[in-house]
Design a protein around this ligand. Structure first.
Ligand code: TXA
Ligand code: MG
Length: 321
């Protein structure tokens, strides 16, 4: 199959209406999209991604007015969050109606919903009369794509079309939020940071404790994920690191340049120390390092605040293979 890269929403619409799958841009990462109400399309997504069947998919809708067609018993707090953050990098776990097939949610009575904030994808969602399930458009376990180039590198020949919406604005997946009675719980940290969520809700929000959970609730909770093919380790600080000559090592740093013989071997995520810029550049840096033929990647943690919490989570998982 030839994979076409373009900006034609109508071509995507036609493929999706025939139960095919296409890659779509969002503000977080690129998704691999199919009709959420069609079981054949759902199966295709799992097959292309090589994704375990017990790992549910996010349902993408065009606006919060659409939500009640597919979810019920929606808590008031959820409405508060939607009106503050949709379209945007917030995914809500809610009770699903029967029109979302069990295949999309790995048999869970809950489905994950979000309205992505990207003009092309919103135009596509408005042009069709079904929602789109879309996991990140990477083979299972590998780094999520933040550009059409990344998708081509990973899925060339496996899908008919990539809707090219440029470089993803946020660069890290959406934040997944669920509700336990009155309590709001973050099941996957992401582009929307916890402080912003608790500010809007005017109450504390919990981050789900992965270490005490027997079974991962989201794949973001598995020990390794988002990983480059090259072995990677994560350190607190690279300042006092002694560079050895034995291995060809690639360095991923937060903001300061390391004194290295070969500057090709380091990537600075944000020279100004901006965490949003760091998030935006993170996956591209991992993709790039994988192409440098280094034997080991050493990455450095970023300040553990705001979106830095999600960045450190991804760095840790990328280095846990
Ligand atoms: O930013 C994003 O969320 C991107 C873009 C494409 O929208 N999508 C994304 O999808 O990251 P994926 O499939 O790579 O990650 C979705 C996560 C998984 O960890 C999955 O387990 C969790 O959402 N999830 C989906 N439905 C769920 C459900 N019903 N219950 C619990 N977790 C769910
Ligand atoms: Mg993913």
């Amino acid at each position: 199959m030839e994979t076409i890269v373009g900006q034609d929403v109508l071509v995507c619409k036609a493929i999706l209406e025939n139960n095919g799958v296409v890659a779509i841009p969002t503000e977080t990462v690129y998704g691999l999209a199919g009709n959420a109400m069609n079981i054949a399309a759902i199966h295709k997504i799992y097959e292309v991604k090589n994704r375990p069947k017990e790992n549910p998919l996010i349902v993408h809708i065009s606006s919060f007015q659409e939500l009640e067609k597919y979810a019920f018993d929606i808590p008031i707090i959820a409405y508060k969050l939607m009106s503050a953050f949709w379209p945007g990098p917030l995914t809500l776990l809610l009770k699903k109606k029967a029109n979302i097939p069990d295949e999309a949610t790995a048999n869970s009575p809950l489905a994950a919903f979000r309205v992505p904030n990207h003009l092309l994808t919103l135009a596509l969602l408005q042009s069709i009369d079904f929602p789109l399930v879309a996991p990140s458009a990477n083979p299972f376990g590998y780094i999520s794509p933040t550009s059409a180039d990344h998708v081509i590198e990973q899925l060339n020949g496996k899908i008919p079309y990539i809707l090219d919406g440029g470089f993803c604005e946020k660069g890290i997946e959406s934040t997944i939020v669920g509700f336990d009675g009155e309590q709001t719980i973050i099941y996957r940290t992401g582009s929307l940071d916890i402080d912003t969520i608790s500010f809007v809700l005017e109450e504390p929000v919990l981050i789900f404790d992965e270490s005490t959970s027997k079974k991962p609730i989201t794949s973001g909770m598995m020990k390794y994920h988002y990983s480059p093919l090259t072995p990677m380790v994560l350190v607190d600080n690279l300042d006092d690191f002694e560079v050895s000559n034995d291995l060809k090592i690639g360095f991923i740093r937060f903001k300061n340049q390391l004194q290295l013989a070969d500057n090709e071997l380091q990537i600075i995520l944000s020279p100004t120390g901006d965490l949003n810029e760091t998030a935006k550049n993170l996956y591209a840096a991992l993709h790039e390092m994988d192409k440098k033929n280094v034997e080991l990647i050493i990455a450095e943690k970023v300040p553990h605040q705001g979106i830095g919490i999600a960045i450190n989570d991804r760095l840790l998982k990328a280095s846990s293979r």
